[in-house]
Design a binder for this molecule. Structure first.
Ligand SMILES: [Zn+2]
Length: 287
């Protein structure tokens, strides 16, 4: 599932190709893909002859700004892919939406599992664009500071893994990067969030930025579906330290990576470097 680094990579690879281009035709192959407005006709009409003026990422959402003030927002969810082609080509079976620009280029949205959605919202309609308005702070945002993050932990119950996956607590993280962040912070994924010491929260704050920046530099993680806006795979899967590495040797100690279901998700951790915080909240992670 594309997380912050993958969505950021899609944005960076796509925006230079489509910025300034004017949409000519809109083809919606599966109506389910349009999350807003309610009718596909209204969606298509709203995009006709609109120009892409800019774009940004918010959490796992890709936001393209159009002249006239509307925004075209994509949520890739599990298996969504968004990419640009200069020349028309035969469409794949799972292409759900195609935007053709006046100059002949196309933006294609593909999704095998069909959980992905696209929204066209006018100013004031942002609440209809998935979870856009409920998203927590951006981990790489310039305004996001440590004190705010530490304060956000006040009275937070539940496991740290579940909390970091919660998009209204912090935006953009998913299963892969939460496991990598917790490994680098020496924190077991089942540790109750309100048992964490301040220095552990600080560690999460720093490692979160570190992992995400490295993953963006590596152009994201591809296990199977994820591709960037030019159809290329990411490289960061080779640099993951625990995720997907069950039974392999921990990169830091002589123990082996384990997998366990936490917060309903497969979670990878080193049982030695990441002591179970339920029994030992003062664990330093030394083993
Ligand atoms: Zn270890």
């Amino acid at each position: 599932m594309p997380e912050l680094p993958e969505v950021e990579t899609v944005l960076r690879s796509l925006l230079p190709k489509i910025k300034g281009k004017e949409i000519n035709t809109v083809r919606v192959m599966h109506e389910d893909v349009v999350g807003w407005p309610g009718s596909v006709k209204e969606f298509s009409r709203g995009l006709f002859r609109k120009k892409v003026t800019g774009g940004f990422r918010r959490g796992k959402l890709l936001v393209f700004e159009l002249n006239g003030g509307k925004k075209l927002i994509f949520h890739l969810r599990m298996t969504g892919r968004l990419y640009y082609r200069i020349n028309p080509a035969p469409l794949e079976k799972h292409s759900h939406l195609v935007l053709e620009f006046v100059d002949g280029g196309t933006l294609i949205f593909e999704d095998t599992r069909r959980f992905g959605r696209v929204y066209l919202v006018a100013p004031g309609e942002e609440c209809y664009a998935g979870n856009l308005e409920k998203l927590g702070p951006e981990p790489l945002g310039p305004d996001f500071d440590l004190e705010e993050f530490v304060r956000a932990f006040d009275k937070k119950k539940g496991r740290i893994k579940a909390l970091l996956l919660n998009q209204s607590f912090i935006a953009g993280l998913g299963n892969i990067y939460v496991d990598e962040i917790l490994f680098r912070s020496n924190i077991h994924p089942e540790t109750p969030a309100n048992n964490l010491e301040k220095h552990q929260i600080e560690s999460i704050f720093l490692k979160m930025k570190e992992v995400l920046k490295e993953a963006i530099a590596g152009r994201g993680t591809t296990f199977r579906d994820y591709r960037d806006g030019e159809g290329r795979s990411g490289d960061f899967q080779n640099l993951l330290q625990v995720y997907g590495r069950e039974g392999e040797k921990c990169p830091r100690c002589s123990d082996f990576i384990e997998r366990k279901k936490v917060a309903g998700r497969s979670s990878f951790f080193c049982p030695c470097c990441q002591k179970d915080g339920i029994n030992d909240p003062s664990s330093t992670g030394e083993c």
